[in-house]
Design a protein around this ligand. Structure first.
Ligand code: KG4
Ligand code: ZN
Length: 344
């Protein structure tokens, strides 16, 4: 089955083409991502209406490039998978309208995919080892979400815990702004943290002691703000900035590891998965890998290219959703945007 997948929920216009065999082997024939980072960086974050306008400008070209790379025509496609939420409304609408128009014009079945289901399925792309049997535990960390997800089967999820305020990626972005590091903050902070002393500035790990699996990141961000105020001019020193970045990263990551490992033990899962944009973070990848191994559990995280937003993950999630449906609902009329869509 050949799938055309479309993702425009935030600031990447992404279209992929996947070929999936009956034994669920996923081959990626094309994975085109047009990033708007340079545009939004001038404003220190994503500007929704600008993002939407860029998607409109780029989507046709991205679509043509994806088909060209896959050496296919639209007529060869068996299913269109498109992100219908959660995300920025004006951005989602562009991909959704494009996908629905294709489905209508070429009479193709279409399926709406939850963006977070996509992040979950990024771990099924280019698998190098067998994925263990369910249940599995997935820490999904992005710019908009921080969730510990129990995966009972494809599409059957329970959110065990989530952030009560800022997402962890958002905290990286906001702290980077405080340190004048530009957008997106995650890569900038982790790079700077490499030359920093993570023990120099003790920062809180909010909710680390709470018995649930929820998170809170706004207090950590505020702690960095107050620290910088107290430091005054010294806060502009490059070494001081690196030490703050490392201290922040340590606090942000430690609570993620502790809660994920506790949830894995409690729910007796067969493997631990990490995904979402923040899964590109080296410290988080390494620490969670070590902690999972100590627990005797296999650990999976996506290849770097599939950590941040892409359409290949939407295609994989769309495929598993499609085959699980007893009566596939395929009409373009039934796929609707839901900017606040949840996983469970
Ligand atoms: O999944 P994603 O591309 O978009 C959303 O669905 O939100 O995630 C983007 C987030 C941004 O907040 C960005 O700062 C963060 O992922 N990120 C990182 C790293 N690379 C990207 N955070 C920490 N360390 C990184 N290396
Ligand atoms: Zn995302």
């Amino acid at each position: 089955m050949k799938i055309l997948a479309i993702e425009t929920s935030c600031d990447e216009t992404a279209i992929a083409v996947l070929e999936v065999t009956e034994t669920n082997d996923i081959k990626i024939l094309a994975n085109v991502i047009s990033s708007q980072i340079a545009l939004h960086a001038q404003y220190g974050g994503v500007v929704p209406n600008l993002a939407s306008r860029e998607h409109v400008k780029n989507i046709k070209h991205v679509f043509e490039s994806a088909l060209k790379e896959a050496k296919l025509k639209i007529e060869d496609i068996d299913l269109i998978a498109v992100t219908h939420g959660p995300g920025l409304g004006p951005s989602l609408l562009v991909g959704l309208t494009f996908a629905k128009t294709l489905a209508w014009q070429y009479e193709k079945p279409i399926i709406g995919v939850n963006h977070m289901d996509g992040h979950v399925h990024s771990n099924w792309l280019e698998l190098e080892r067998l994925m263990p049997d369910f249940p599995l535990l997935n820490l999904v960390v992005s710019g908009g979400h921080t969730e510990i997800v129990l995966i009972r089967s494809h599409g059957n999820y329970e959110i065990l815990g989530e952030t009560l305020d800022d997402a962890v990626g958002e905290a990286f972005d906001k702290v980077a702004r405080l340190l004048s590091l530009g957008y997106p903050g995650g890569p900038a902070i982790s790079k700077l943290a490499e030359s920093g002393d993570a023990n120099r500035f003790p920062l809180p790990s909010p909710m680390a002691k709470s018995k649930d699996y929820n998170f809170s990141y706004s207090g950590l961000k505020t702690a960095v703000l107050y620290l910088l105020r107290n430091l005054g001019e010294r806060g502009n020193d490059e070494q001081v900035k690196a030490d703050i970045a490392a201290s922040f990263q340590k606090s942000a990551v430690n609570v993620l590891i502790d809660k994920t490992i506790r949830a894995a033990k409690e729910h007796q899962v067969n493997g631990i998965l990490l995904s979402g944009g923040v899964s590109a973070n080296k410290l988080l990848r390494e620490k969670l890998h070590i902690a999972a191994t100590e627990l005797g559990l296999p650990f999976f995280c996506p290849k770097m290219i599939y950590t941040t937003d892409n359409a290949a993950m939407i295609g994989a999630a769309g495929y598993f959703k499609w085959i699980a449906q007893t009566k596939p609902n395929a009409s373009w009329k039934d796929v609707r945007m839901d900017a606040n869509l949840r996983l469970s």
